[in-house]
Ligand binder design. Sequence first.
Ligand code: TNX
Length: 700
Amino acid sequence: MTRIPARRAAARYGPRCRLPRYPLRRPAAAAALAGLACLLTASGCATGAGRPAPASHPPAAANRPATTAAPAPKPQIVPEPVHVTAGRGRFALTPRTRIVVPPGSAPALTVGRDLAGYLRPATGYPLPVVSGGPQAGAITLVLGRQAGLRADPHGEAYRLDVTQAGATLAAGTAHGLYDAVQTLRQTLPPWISSPRPRPGPWSMPAVQITDYPRYAYRGVMLDIARHYEPPAAVERLISQAAAYKINVLHLHLSDDQGFRLVINGFPRLSKIGGQGSVGTGGQAEDPGGFWTQAQYRAVVADAANHFITVVPEVDSPGHDNAIIMSEYGDTANPRLRHPQDIDCGLHQPPAWDYTEDVGYSAMCPGSRNTWAIMSAIISQLAALSPGPFYDVGGDEVPADVLSQSGYASFINTEARLVHARGKTLMGWADIAGPGTRVRRGSVAEYWQPASSITAQEAVRKGMKVVMTPANHAYLDQKYRAGPRGNAPPGLGQTWACPVGCDLNRAYDWDPGRLVTGVTDRNVIGVEGAVWSETLVNMASVDYMTFPRLMALAEVGWSPAARRSPHSAAHASFMRRVAVQGARLMAAGVNFYPSSEVAWRLAAAGAALTAGRHGRLSGPVATVAAPGLAPGAVSATIHWGDGTATRSAVTGRPPSGTVLNSLYTVHGRHAYARPGLYHGTVTVRAPGHPAVTAPFAARRA
Ligand code: TNX
């Protein structure tokens, strides 16, 4: 096969279609490697104190525990747990509910506090975390070897038992307990993810769940190089991703258009390299930016609190224009001598290019200055990142920019630096190409749908593989392309998804069967990649990420299944996603209301107090109606005194790609007599099952 430079390949296959650099060769048997799963769990868990309970409590009357033991509906959990058995009746949280953790277990205490932190804001209940044995009426955490839980190599197995008498979460590790917590959250109404008190009721259906992951690595990659994102925005993504049991955050920290982290000894990397972004001129929309090392550390710690391991990536030897532009003229730096020799790119001298173009920049493998810079980057980032991996990037260096031997020599030198810092080498699967010497057990990320060669080369070298095929897992690709595609037209790319990649694309594939010769013996997991050339803010990132990341979370966590449209698994997934829209809305997270999903309405009643002459007027319920304008939704209020009124639903309609508006049902009424009234609001929209929410109103 002839080697085709990236740009010519682009001309031949469309703007973003990539070809592998190399012809297929290379013998050698693949051997399975043990130990990566253990490496992954080495991220450790840090402490996390629960947030204090908000002062105001909704009326307890609206939250009476269920007394009948009707068969309970199966909770709608994403990702699908391995075994779910519905029970009878429900367990309701009350202002007196306690969270009980085993005495003397700091890790369980931490997870117990996490759980309280999740449940307090919306319930307004104090939910004290106390130590002791299992207790009726409580949520009990049990940590240790669990009868009935098979030894789970990833250490994430858990059991969740909800009965009318309480809930028990049991696991062999704190990470497993944390996974159980994420499942428990989804057994509660969607409003549990609200940051402020809602009236409930807060009951979960009785259920027995036994669960463990298919893959140890379930990642999301965020590109903060093409467009800068501040630490707080990334922390929001961390908390949303953790809810779906994502356990890796891969941070793409550097690319041609920006370098986003302070590196000691090389201040120009962030001062100069941090200022641009794709489309700059786009400075007005995105002035660029960078993180201090303290900020990076804080994000890593926040991720660890969510049992998420951070994988840092500084892409090289290509995608390096920001580094080259920062250091080419760094002549006063005592660590460098005539640093102009770092530039092996097409432009001599180098020049800024803020387009989405790729494949023109490269650092020179033979320059001492290159290694002064790269070893500072690798050693500092490795020290800042407690996780097992360091990612060198390594993608898209066309042969007319750097020869194959030059490319391989660059990766080999980098691999030595990475190993010397005690890290496992990771990179885009291009790093498995001819001439690279990588340790067995290094990790290749397979991304190129036009060719499976790189993944097969990786397996031949004894590497492990993370599956990130662009046509299933690139979350920067448009949901729908073409004239009827999603708005605005500039959002999202199409090179891997010419007609768009909607939710089903992210769902209907099997990482262990996608590439011939690359099976679950080699694959350690999946990753959704959020490239940010077109994503200028976090609302756009959220919009492109959700709900597709839920599909990838399920592909990574749940047992292999036939997932094609019309399969039982597909129908079940779409049903379970349908209730996630309201969860995201309650949490204030933007998402794409895909038409593949029959989104469910959700409503939460208010706690009302009538004024003079028993009159009241104001919001009676909040409504989540994913994808619908407020005018498409209607409501009927039953006031609890035998009267009912129809009411309009109002709110900010979706505009462009910003979805996240909860709507309000306003009511006006007069209660004739003093008392506590239990009313309901029923919300309807064409083609949707109606939902009813209770509310309480008091006339003194
Ligand atoms: C390919 S995948 C890239 C990125 C782009 C992305 C856009 C890979 C290793 N390289 O540089 O941002 O496509 O979809």
